[in-house]
Design a protein around this ligand. Structure first.
Ligand SMILES: [Zn+2]
Ligand SMILES: [Zn+2]
Ligand SMILES: [Zn+2]
Length: 198
């Protein structure tokens, strides 16, 4: 029982599906509705699910742990407030967008050329920071190790001196009520037996 795959214990099963999912497409089931953009992802359905819209959420994911993906300059981000309850995000650079701290899901393509030592053009804004992502070498604003969840995933797989799991060995969700705007969550919580924790 102790001999389970190490990587699996360091990475929640929903993380890779989350990072490879496509967001901000129109939901095929609710195309004509105003909020049909697929910007949500269900951690409980994980690999069995993909991105889905506001309406799919109430139809199929009531009471599940759902996170909402947002967009910054065409890149997918998730709010720190939403993801930090589910995932150990230490080491990942956070950015403030619309006054909320967020993380990028995946590494962003960066302009080639220039880089270290090369750039005669001096156009590379990236040489000013001493901090870089361990995986993709993107320059970081602060002393973090990774630019995104995707790069941290690569880091976890590479040397496993870091983890995504908040409490290794304790698979139990720490609370059932992480999602504020869902009226169905409260009902689901009492059904599954209330936990004393806050
Ligand atoms: Zn839908
Ligand atoms: Zn679900
Ligand atoms: Zn990176």
């Amino acid at each position: 029982m102790m001999m389970r795959r190490v990587a699996a214990s360091l990475v929640p099963p929903w993380l890779e599906p989350l990072l490879s999912a496509h967001f901000f497409t129109a939901c095929p089931l609710h195309r004509d509705a105003p909020r049909s953009e697929c910007n949500m992802f269900c951690l409980d359905c994980g690999p069995a699910s993909s991105s889905f819209c506001f309406y799919c959420r109430s139809d199929s994911h009531a009471g599940h742990r759902v996170i909402q993906i947002r967009r910054s300059s065409y890149h997918d981000v998730v709010r720190v407030a939403e993801i930090q309850k589910m995932l150990d995000i230490s080491g990942v650079q956070t950015y403030v967008i619309n006054s909320a701290p967020v993380l990028f899901l995946n590494e962003r393509p960066q302009p080639r050329g220039g880089g270290r030592g090369g750039g005669a053009s001096a156009a590379s804004s990236s040489t000013s920071s001493p901090y870089t992502c361990e995986i993709c070498s993107r320059s970081l604003l602060d002393p973090f190790r990774f630019c995104s969840l995707g790069c941290k995933l690569a880091g976890v797989k590479r040397n496993s001196d870091t983890t995504f799991v908040l409490n290794p060995g304790d698979e139990e969700p720490s609370d059932g009520g992480g999602i504020r705007d869902s009226s169905s969550t409260a009902a689901e919580e009492s059904k599954s037996g209330r936990r004393g924790r806050k």
